[in-house]
Design a protein around this ligand. Structure first.
Ligand SMILES: [Zn+2]
Length: 666
């Protein structure tokens, strides 16, 4: 049994079954070493017999030598013949992997039942369909790393969106660490065998890898400021009381012509850190119901509640350095107030400061051929909707344009792709599910069907892919996890505080983000990220107090108490399962893994405050944000999906099984 997913593990034997079912020809590739070996052994034996025959004359007669030579000769013929056959299969093969982040099996089935997903239905009918067990924790960077390496988190070492440094207790985002893969990503293996690969927008691929083929980096690519996406709101309204606003606010006077600016990347000038800026002039044209913005030498006119096209711009950092970006503007309000949303400034794919593709020119070539596109790793601005800068329609309009750009790139590159592994990723199924899950219960809302409409868009992409497929191509469609409603949030740090495992400095009852107020001399455990609790372990944490011998009892004590925790609103328990490191085969030497992994029942997940090390008032509170769907629960609550265009006889596949299977095909 798989301790993570509570499903039987997919064994090696089952993997081979998948390979065979997908392509019976590939079975030959696995066995092709046998005749070579046979030929080699026979040839060695034969020459030894020739050489030493005088010594062995007593034991062997000449006909033995002849038989050996004959076997060797036959084996060489079989080998050459097989090699030729296998070579043909490999060189012409295209395996297409189409990834939809967060595509959920229950919602997919609903769409299939309603007969609105004809292309998914086609693949299911002709080939294979199953739920796909995800990783613990079921977070996108973790699960996609398991897809990429075919290994569990214990082997690839990615455990959460957020990590902590045990020496400094500082937090970091996992995306910046992907260059040090602990397990081998698939492109390294394929590159070694000269098998071409095109990878579009796969998570955890920034900075891009050096591979045999092309890679356009995905989730993890920062904006021009080096963040995961910082929006700017230019506004005549007063936001001075908005302490928790995520993004930049630029206040402007309420005139018809306004000179203002936007902020670019920070840079160091001598000993000072400065922020680069760029002047903007805004003119209100009430008659045309539009704003005209002058940015560098471009004049951009945008109607009320409309988006601009991509606008390129350049920040002069110093005499030698320029930072090139692209952005979109959205007019939130024209009158009586003026409010303009400035998108996170994406890296200009034609002039990136640091590579966002392999080869470096690939991002530029794509832009030249198909136009500008969002290069940001997480391009859907969920914070703009959460903070009501966007209404639902604006969010969907932004999403539509992201998908349109990426679909164009995906289909055109697929059409050009001749052989090898082609991987394309779409994230709208995840982002829209996060933001629109609240409408699934609201039958009267005009957004009640928005998630299924997104599945229809995914279905269209599947249909276009099927149209581009050649006879022997294999299509694998998968998601990294599914989705469930998110109704309550729990602050694990607050729970640790109220149970005496975490202590704050002085007599504080609440603690700031980044573990700032934690008294390490008295703290035994703390929570970071969405599913992890860490012990303040001596010899690992710089101010650790828990001895290694106490680890087991602390593990047990916290687990027993946490499993009994009840949601005061619903009077139900919130945690389905807690996993210790041993259960997930995490080696003792691994200093980055949490000590306990918390598997929540669907409906409740860690709060954002808890994830970044803050201690707030309540342990459990009602979710109030528009971010209303999630997957940070126990993995058994949120399996993903797997569809294959050919028949496969396999039970309970997991996301770690996909890559070994694909490699087997080559
Ligand atoms: Zn997600």
């Amino acid at each position: 049994m798989c301790v993570i997913c509570q499903l039987p593990l997919t064994h090696e034997a089952e993997r081979i079954i998948i390979v065979k079912y997908l392509d019976p020809g590939s079975g030959q590739a696995i066995q092709s070493a046998v005749p070579t070996l046979l030929a080699f052994i026979s040839a060695v034996l034969a020459s030894m017999l020739f050489f030493f025959r005088r010594f062995f004359q007593f034991f062997f007669k000449k006909k033995v030598v002849l038989i050996c030579l004959l076997i060797a000769f036959l084996a060489i013929i079989v080998f050459v013949f097989q090699k030729k056959q296998t070579g043909e299969v490999v060189t012409n093969k295209r395996v297409i992997v189409l990834a939809f982040d967060g595509l959920d099996p229950i919602l997919l089935n609903e769409g299939l039942k309603k007969k609105i997903l004809p292309n998914f239905q086609k693949v299911k009918d002709k080939g294979f369909y199953s739920e796909l067990a995800t990783t613990m924790p079921p977070q996108s960077p973790v699960a996609w790393a398991s897809f990429t390496t075919g290994e569990a988190p214990a082997k690839h070492g990615i455990y959460d969106f957020i990590t902590r440094d045990p020496k400094t207790y500082q937090l970091n985002l996992t995306f910046s660490e992907n260059s040090q893969w602990k397990a081998t990503p698939f492109w390294e293996i394929l590159s070694k065998h000269n098998i071409p690969t095109t990878i579009l927008f796969l998570p955890n691929t920034y900075p891009p890898a050096n591979l045999e083929g092309k890679m356009l980096s995905g989730m993890g690519v920062p904006d021009l400021l080096g963040t995961l996406g910082t929006l700017t709101l230019i506004s005549t309204k007063d936001y001075s009381n908005e302490k928790n606003f995520r993004g930049k606010i630029i206040s402007i006077p309420n005139n018809d012509t306004i000179d203002t600016h936007i902020e670019g990347p920070k840079y160091k000038s001598l000993k000072e850190t400065k922020t680069s800026t760029l002047p903007i002039q805004i003119k209100r044209n009430t008659k045309e119901n539009a704003l005209t913005m002058q940015i560098q030498d471009q004049s951009v006119t945008v109607g009320n509640k409309k988006f601009s096209d991509w606008t390129p711009l350049t920040f002069d950092i110093d005499f030698f350095t320029k930072a090139h970006g692209i952005l979109k503007l959205y007019v939130k309000e024209l009158s009586p107030d003026i409010e303009v949303y400035v998108s996170p400034i994406n890296i200009n794919p034609e002039k990136p400061l640091h590579p966002i593709s392999h080869p470096n020119s690939y991002a530029k070539d794509i832009s030249k051929e198909y136009g500008f596109y969002s290069t940001l790793g997480l391009p859907h601005d969920t914070w703009a909707l959460n903070q009501e800068i966007f209404d639902e329609d604006a969010f969907l309009a932004q999403s539509e344009s992201i998908v349109k750009d990426r679909e164009k790139i995906y289909l055109a590159e697929l059409a050009k792709f001749e052989k090898g592994l082609f991987f394309g990723y779409f994230g709208m199924t995840d982002s829209i599910s996060h933001m629109f899950f609240r409408f699934l219960k609201d039958k009267d809302s005009k957004y009640n069907n928005t998630i299924l409409d997104t599945y229809k868009k995914a279905d269209e992409i599947v249909g276009q892919t099927l149209n581009l497929m050649k006879k022997d191509d294999i299509l694998i469609i998968l998601s990294d996890h599914g989705f469930k409603s998110f109704d309550y949030e729990i602050n694990l740090n607050t729970w640790l505080l109220s149970n005496g495992y975490l202590v704050l400095k002085g007599d504080k009852s609440e603690g700031k983000e980044l573990l700032e107020d934690v008294d390490w001399s008295k703290t035994e455990a703390y929570a970071i990220g969405y599913n992890g609790i860490y012990f303040n372990l001596k010899d690992r944490e710089s101010k650790g107090i828990v001895q290694e011998v106490e680890r087991k009892s602390l593990e047990k004590e916290i687990s027993v108490k946490l499993l009994a925790l009840k949601n005061p609103y619903s009077n139900t328990t919130v945690i389905k399962k807690i996993y210790a490191r041993e259960q997930l085969n995490i080696p003792k030497t691994d200093k980055n893994a949490p000590d306990l992994f918390i598997g929540f029942y669907q409906g409740t997940r860690s709060s954002w405050d808890s994830a970044v090390g803050a201690v707030t008032k309540d342990v459990v509170s009602k979710r109030e944000s528009k971010w209303s769907g999630d997957h940070l629960f126990d993995p058994s609550e949120v399996p993903g999906v797997l569809l294959v265009s050919k028949k496969v006889d396999i039970k309970n596949p997991g996301i770690t099984d996909i890559m070994p299977t694909i490699l087997g095909l080559f």
